[in-house]
Design a protein around this ligand. Structure first.
Ligand SMILES: Nc1ncnc2c1ncn2[C@@H]1O[C@H](COP(=O)(O)OP(=O)(O)OP(=O)(O)O)[C@@H](O)[C@H]1O
Ligand SMILES: [Mg+2]
Length: 221
C-alpha cells in the first residue's frame, strides 16, 4: 500500500518559498498502476522524487507498505531506494561504460551478493527482447532498446514500487508502444505498484488510474 497524506513541498526562492505540492494525498493498493499528467513545471518530477526517497517533503507523511522512508537513517534510506524503488527515466540513465547485462546487474552491487542475480538479469533481458544484446554497450542500442534495458534494470531487485518519468518521451510511436506494453505486462505484475508521469495521453490512458496534478494536488480524471 502506498499512502501520501497532506504532502506539501516548498522550494526556497529569492521571491519567497515556492510551493509546488500543496496538501496532496493519494492511496494506491498493491497491484495498481497510475498515470500522472500536468503541464511542465506543475511538480510531477518533484512528486516522483518524494515517492522515490530522493527528496523529503516539506510536510506531510509518506508510507510505502507501512514504512515512512523519511524517518530512516541515511544508510537505511539508501537501502530503501535500492531495494524498494525501480526508476525508469526519460533519459535511460544507463552507464555508458557497462554492457547491457552489467547495467541491469548494477543495482545488485550495492548490497551483499544477490543469489541468482545473473540468471534473473538474463531472464529479464530475454523478457524485454534483448537476449541478443547482452554484451552491447548502451551506445550500440536504439532508443527503444535502451529504455527496455532500463526497465529490466528497474526490475532486477523486484521492487514493490516502480516510478517512471516520461518513459516514452524520447521514443517514436512504435518504440513507445512496446515500452508501454512492457511496463504494463512486466512491471505491473503481481503486487507491484507502477506510477508513470507522462505528457502522452495515449500512454496515460493505458494505466488503471489517471491523475492530473493541478495547483499542487492530484485530481482524478
Ligand atoms: N531543486 C529545486 N529548487 C528550486 N525549485 C525547483 C527545484 N526543483 C524543481 N523546482 C521548481 O519546482 C517546479 C516543479 O518542478 P518539476 O520538475 O517537479 O516539474 P514537472 O511537472 O516535472 O515539469 P516537466 O513536465 O517540465 O518535467 C518548477 O517550477 C521548478 O522550477
Ligand atoms: Mg519533470
Amino acid at each position: 500500500m502506498l499512502a501520501l497524506r497532506g504532502i506539501s513541498k516548498e522550494y526556497p526562492s529569492t521571491a519567497g518559498p515556492l510551493r509546488v505540492l500543496n496538501a496532496l494525498s493519494l492511496d494506491l493498493p498493491p497491484g495498481s498502476t497510475a498515470s500522472i499528467m500536468g503541464p511542465s513545471g506543475c511538480g510531477k518530477s518533484t512528486l516522483l522524487s518524494i515517492l522515490g526517497g530522493l527528496d523529503a517533503p516539506s510536510s506531510g507523511e509518506y508510507t510505502l507498505n507501512g514504512a515512512n522512508p523519511y524517518t530512516l537513517s541515511l544508510d537505511a534510506l539508501a537501502r530503501f531506494r535500492n531495494s524498494s524503488i525501480g526508476f525508469v527515466f526519460q533519459d535511460h540513465c544507463l552507464l555508458p561504460q557497462l554492457t547491457v547485462l552489467e547495467n541491469v546487474l548494477a543495482p545488485t552491487l550495492a548490497s551483499a551478493a544477490t543469489p541468482g542475480a545473473d540468471e534473473r538479469a538474463r531472464h529479464l533481458l530475454h523478457q524485454v527482447g534483448l537476449r541478443a544484446r547482452l554484451d552491447h554497450f548502451p551506445a550500440q542500442l536504439s532508443g527503444g532498446e535502451k529504455q527496455r534495458a532500463a526497465i529490466a534494470r528497474a526490475l532486477i531487485l523486484d521492487p514493490p514500487l516502480v516510478l517512471c518519468d516520461e518513459p516514452t518521451g524520447n521514443l517514436d510511436h512504435a518504440s513507445a508502444t512496446s515500452v508501454a506494453d512492457l511496463l504494463l505486462s512486466l512491471a505491473a505484475s503481481g503486487e507491484r505498484i507502477v506510477i508513470t508521469v507522462t505528457h502522452s495521453a495515449e500512454l496515460a490512458g493505458r494505466f488503471h488510474r489517471h491523475f492530473t496534478l493541478h495547483d499542487g494536488a492530484l485530481q482524478t480524471d
